[in-house]
Design a protein. Structure first.
Length: 367
């Protein structure tokens, strides 16, 4: 019995993994892709707006260039494979969607396009316009120019960020697995988890970081990270097997990560940020205060980690676990100088009147 009918989402983001789109010989699985295009056309006819996050460029390009290890032997090989394969990938999508009388649009993004607030808003506006025009955006990471330091690294998290930018209500990660298990599904007795109401340490411990096919860059760890991002933006996320019949129907077995009430747009963007510059470790009292919606004061900070400037995105952690993300009101050296100190002591340490908080509640999102 379905627990997540994707058709109920006015806007839906569908991520397709490399192992589904490309076979072991590096060829597009055309018949399967045509079935997906037909399913999308059916949704469009019912008024649903769908965007696709499509892997496969590196796998396709590697075959055309005869590169070893699927094009992932080095960063340079991956970039060359991506540049070559992206043309074939976008052309294939345009053809299969065109056969269904749908128009495809290509959007290539880098991490910075969705991490920088101004560029994020520009990307969101483009997505919104395309979807309202009835176009099917096909998105992928621009691996031809991205380096290890500026990459999403997997399309699972990219799909979640796209859902956030598009204001989507649901995300489906089509993969070569049918959801989350309590241990590696290859192990005897592994139990399928159909529904996750809250992502906690126990859920994270079930993740397997490996990519079963060897083609992709993600595993269950990246999918749970994607679920966190999507849920924080108010979007449900399902992990489903793309090999099941009617993969987009919601009828096949899957794991649903249930979204709570959506956070305001700016706080959802903060919660989904991937490029943090440092960490503020806090005591139990500060953690409790944050949970009550208060700002982070320097008095509750026990340790400052990393090098960051005022306005940088940082993590707030308690007992070694992230509990919030926010924009720091101080550079790291100043934060370290005033940590554990009350406001009346800070002016003497800083040489100027202190700000009201180290991270203000208006610029912070709880995780």
């Amino acid at each position: 019995m379905p627990v997540f009918p994707p058709a109920s989402c006015p806007r839906l983001i569908v991520k397709i993994g490399s192992a589904l789109l490309v076979d072991a010989d590096g060829q597009v699985r055309r018949a399967w892709l045509e079935e997906i295009a037909a399913a999308i056309a059916d949704r469009a006819a019912q008024g649903q707006q769908v965007a696709i996050v499509s892997s496969g460029a590196i796998a396709l390009g590697a075959r055309r260039l005869n590169l070893p290890k699927g094009g992932r032997a080095s960063l340079e090989d991956a970039q060359a494979a991506a540049a070559t394969g992206q043309i074939a990938l976008s052309q294939t999508w345009a053809e299969v969607l065109g056969a269904q009388h749908l128009t495809a649009a290509q959007i290539l993004v880098t991490l910075g396009d969705l991490e920088d607030r101004r560029r994020y808003l520009n990307a969101a506006a483009t997505l919104d316009r395309l979807l309202n025009l009835g176009v099917v955006p096909i998105l992928n990471e621009n691996d031809s120019v991205a380096t290890e330091e500026i990459r999403f690294g997997d399309n699972d998290r990219l799909a979640a960020r796209v859902a956030q930018a598009a204001g989507a209500q649901g995300v489906v990660l089509l993969s070569d697995v049918d959801g989350l298990y309590d241990r590696n599904p290859a192990q005897p007795g592994a139990q399928h988890i159909p529904r996750v109401e809250r992502i906690d340490a126990g859920i994270e411990a079930m993740a397997d970081a490996g990519s079963a096919s060897g083609m992709g860059s993600g595993g269950m760890v990246s999918k749970i990270a994607a679920a966190r991002i999507a849920n924080a933006a108010g979007a449900h996320l399902a992990i489903a097997s793309g090999r099941a019949p009617r993969a987009l129907s919601g009828e096949a077995r899957h794991t649903l990560f249930v979204a709570e009430r959506a956070a305001p747009a700016r706080k959802a963007w903060l919660a989904g940020g991937l490029t943090t510059r440092g960490t503020l470790h806090v005591d139990a009292g500060a953690a409790q205060a944050l949970g009550q919606g208060r700002s982070l004061l320097a008095a509750g900070v026990t340790r400052v980690e990393g090098s960051f400037a005022r306005g940088d995105l940082i993590v707030v952690a308690a007992d070694g676990r992230p509990i919030a993300r926010g924009l720091s009101e101080y550079a790291s050296d100043e934060a370290d100088r005033i940590r554990g100190r009350r406001n009346e002591e800070q002016a003497e340490l800083l040489g100027y009147a202190p700000r009201s908080a180290l991270v203000h509640r208006n610029h912070m999102a709880l995780l």
